[in-house]
Design a protein around this ligand. Structure first.
Ligand SMILES: CC(C)(COP(=O)(O)OP(=O)(O)OC[C@H]1O[C@@H](n2cnc3c(N)ncnc32)[C@H](O)[C@@H]1OP(=O)(O)O)[C@@H](O)C(=O)NCCC(=O)NCCS
Length: 164
């Protein structure tokens, strides 16, 4: 099967992405741990840093940049369920509503469509803004996954059907 997520820099319709640079994982981890949903779910910076730079061949991780600034992070699990899963997407608050999140999703969908018919993600039930964001990006809510990350909370499984 072809490799849809090459480890090289790519220009997006807004901003750009590239592999996470050496030493950048701890900055991104601290930034994510400080914002919801990870703050509310109790994620520690050390665990997120391992997630960003630990050995995991099925997890394709990128820093998002805007005008030369590190502006977010994208992690895509592939192979997954007849298509990749966007496991983590964070745009740092000072870069919100500039189109970077949508550009990162569009890039992922275009890459995914070379190999599969589905693109998946999950979003915390309390993350109202992100649920609207994902719907706007063409994702439909498929099922709640109760207690997946925290007791009493659900992650919503979301699917975008790709045009291949
Ligand atoms: C959700 C997130 C990725 C969106 O990234 P972004 O770069 O700000 O989003 P975009 O600028 O590309 O937004 C595209 C469209 O999505 C919708 N949208 C984005 N954020 C939204 C929000 N908070 N509430 C409602 N709609 C939203 C809007 O329709 C927006 O278009 P508009 O700005 O022209 O109205 C970003 O807010 C974020 O990283 N949040 C914190 C972490 C998080 O929740 N990640 C998702 C975990 S599943």
């Amino acid at each position: 099967m072809s490799e849809p997520f090459p480890t090289r820099a790519e220009t997006l319709s807004t901003g750009a992405l590239r592999p996470i640079a050496e030493g950048e994982a701890s900055f991104l981890a601290a930034a994510c741990a400080a914002i919801d949903p990870w703050r509310r779910l109790g994620f520690r910076p050390s665990a997120l840093a391992r997630y960003f730079d630990g050995s995991d061949p099925g997890l394709h991780r990128f820093a998002l940049t805007l005008e030369g600034h590190v502006a977010g992070v994208l992690a895509v699990r592939w192979p997954w369920l007849r298509g990749p899963s966007i496991e983590l997407l964070a745009v740092l608050p000072e870069f919100h509503r500039m189109g970077l999140g949508a550009a990162a999703v569009d890039w992922t969908a275009a890459r995914a469509a070379t190999a599969a018919k589905n693109l998946w993600t999950t979003v915390s039930d309390f993350n109202v803004g992100a649920r609207l964001f994902w719907r706007r990006q063409g994702f439909a809510e498929i099922a709640p996954l109760p207690d997946l990350l925290a007791a009493g909370r659900a992650e919503m499984l979301m699917r975008r059907v790709l045009k291949t």
